[in-house]
Write a protein that binds this ligand. Structure first.
Ligand code: 6PG
Length: 240
C-alpha cells in the first residue's frame, strides 16, 4: 500500500496513528506490542508525535517493547546515535519502562555490538523473531536500515544482526539483516524529500535499470509493506 501526504509533518501524524493502531491490535491479540525503530529525520517527527497527546496517554506503553533496526557504532551519548535521538524525541516523554527498551549496545567493536544484540534478540524471541511493526527509511542510494549497496550484510542468511561499513565517511553501523526484517508482521517505510524521488520511482514504479537496490530485498514472508511518502518523494511516480 502506498499513501502520499502533503508534507513530512502529515506523514508523521499518519504514521503515529498507524503505530498506535498496530500497538492496540497486537496488545489485543497477544498482550504486547513489539516494534523496531529506525533512525533519520522523518522517524524523528513520528517519535515527536507519539510523545504528544493523544498518543502519550492512549498507548499502553507498559506493553510496548522497542528495538532498533540499526545504529551507528557510536556511544549512546553521541549526537549521531539513533538511541539518543529516540530518547530525546519520544522515550524521555512517555511512561515506557526502561526494561522494555532494547537499544543496540556500544561494545568494544561494531562486530561485538552486533553479536551481543543478536543474543538479546534470540533471548527475547526464541527461534523466530517477529516484529509486529518494523519502521524503515530509504536512502537515495537504495539502502534501508544500514543495509548499504555492495556490502556483505546484504547476502546474510544466517545472522540476525551484522556490523557494516558504509562507503565514504561516517562511523561503522550495526544493522538487522533481511532474514529478520522479512519475518516482520508489518513494515512501514517513511520516505520524504525531493532527493528520494528518483529512488522511489525506481523501487515503486519498477523503473530500475541499475543493479538491484538493497531495499528491493525487503520481501516479507508473511507480512505487509506500507509506504508513507510526502509529495516531494512521490514526485516522479506515475499517476495511479
Ligand atoms: C538511519 C537509517 C537509514 C535511514 C535512511 C533515510 O539510521 O539513518 O538507518 O536507513 O532510514 O538513511 O534517512 P532519512 O529518513 O533521514 O532520509
Amino acid at each position: 500500500m502506498i499513501r502520499i501526504f502533503d508534507d513530512p509533518t502529515s506523514v508523521a501524524v499518519a504514521a503515529a496513528g498507524l503505530f498506535a493502531e498496530a500497538a492496540a491490535a497486537a496488545m489485543q491479540s497477544k498482550g504486547s506490542f513489539c516494534a523496531a525503530l529506525s533512525g533519520g529525520s522523518t522517524p524523528r517527527r513520528l517519535y515527536e508525535e507519539l510523545a504528544k497527546q493523544p498518543w502519550r496517554d492512549q498507548i499502553a506503553w507498559e506493553k510496548v517493547f522497542l528495538f532498533w533496526g540499526d545504529e551507528r557504532y557510536v556511544a549512546p551519548t553521541d549526537p549521531l546515535s539513533n538511541q539518543k535521538m529516540t530518547h530525546e524525541a519520544l522515550l524521555d516523554h512517555v511512561p515506557i519502562p526502561p526494561a522494555n527498551l532494547f537499544p543496540i549496545p556500544f561494545a568494544a567493536s561494531a562486530g561485538e555490538s552486533a553479536s551481543l544484540y543478536e543474543t538479546t534478540l534470540r533471548t527475547f524471541f526464541g527461534a523466530g523473531p517477529r516484529f509486529d511493526l518494523m519502521l524503515l527509511g530509504l536512502g537515495a542510494d537504495g539502502h534501508t536500515a544500514s543495509l548499504f549497496p555492495g556490502t556483505a550484510a546484504l547476502a546474510e542468511t544466517n545472522r540476525w544482526v551484522c556490523p557494516c561499513r558504509p562507503q565514504g565517511t561516517g562511523p561503522d553501523r550495526i544493522t538487522l539483516t533481511f532474514p529478520v526484517i522479512n519475518r516482520s508482521a508489518a513494515i512501514l517505510f517513511l520516505v520524504t524529500g525531493q532527493d528520494k524521488a528518483p529512488v522511489i520511482e525506481a523501487v515503486l514504479d519498477k523503473k530500475n535499470n541499475q543493479a538491484a537496490l538493497p531495499v528491493q530485498q525487503v520481501q516479507p514472508v508473511q507480512g505487509q509493506i506500507t509506504w508513507f511518502l510526502d509529495k516531494m518523494a512521490a514526485g516522479h511516480l506515475s499517476p495511479a
